[in-house]
Design a binder for this molecule. Structure first.
Ligand code: CA
Ligand code: CA
Length: 245
């Protein structure tokens, strides 16, 4: 008896190396019957060792359930996934990045934007002025994923540099009370306000004084967003540059 097996596998993937955080996506369509041997076919794209700048990638197999593991060289910290897993629709996460946590500046990237995390203490207006001088603005945060990326860096800075994590972001109601807008002009599609008590924003500073018009992320509010006085000096800020060409 002759056993006929039909099998069609179509792979397609996008692979970009913008800012050391290449995205790996694999779509997979299979038709027919898979034998035990066929199920061992590589379903996820290879990740060359040099794909992690200042770190190493270990990929032993690329079948479903296999993992890719990432480590950083000495002096660098990993931001993102330490491990991703091969699934029927490709790797289940993006390649992380290895960055140096430094003062006066720590530099990291996320989906085509460059961020500078400054250790300098400045008021909110002076922070924005400093950002403009560097070619950017205080950052807007457009998605939960971007917020998570920033928090990962904040925590590293706090732990490695032993500085309190207080970060101004580019959100203000300076011109229209309790109507918060990004300096960048982007719509406020995502927010991560501290849910209290006290619920934020409350137009009050940390001590309860009225007149808070600018937004920051800090450890005192569990790394959630809160409004504060613009003239308060805080340790750090970050600049978000536009999309890189
Ligand atoms: Ca206000
Ligand atoms: Ca407040």
């Amino acid at each position: 008896m002759v056993l006929k097996v039909g099998l069609l596998i179509v792979h397609s993937y996008n692979f970009t190396e913008d800012d050391n955080i290449p995205k790996v996506k694999l779509s997979h369509q299979a038709r027919g019957s898979l034998t035990a041997a066929d199920s061992r076919v590589d379903l996820c794209e290879d990740i060359p060792p040099n794909n992690l700048t200042n770190g190493a990638v270990t990929v032993t197999e690329r079948t479903i359930g296999s993992t890719a593991n990432f480590t950083c060289d000495a002096g660098h910290s990993l931001v993102g996934n330490e491990t991703i897993t091969c699934t029927s629709s490709g790797w289940n996460g993006n390649i992380p990045q290895c960055i140096s946590i430094l003062c006066p500046e720590t530099i990291a990237f996320f989906r085509g934007s460059k961020y500078i995390f400054s250790c300098g203490q400045r008021t909110w207006p002076n922070s924005e002025a400093n950002c403009i001088a560097s070619g950017g603005h205080l950052a807007s945060i457009e998605t939960a994923e971007e917020n998570t990326f920033l928090l990962d860096v904040f925590v590293l800075m706090q732990n490695i540099l032993s500085i309190p994590a207080f970060f101004w972001i580019g959100l203000t109601d300076n011109n229209d009370e309790m109507s918060y807008k990004w300096l960048s002009g982007e719509p406020l599609n995502f927010s991560n306000w501290y849910q209290g008590p006290p619920q934020q924003p409350d137009n009050k500073d940390y001590d309860g004084q009225l007149g808070a018009h600018c937004v920051m992320i800090n450890t005192d509010y569990s790394f959630k967003w809160n409004d504060e006085f613009v003239a308060i000096y805080h340790y750090s800020l970050f600049v978000k540059f536009g999309k890189k060409n």
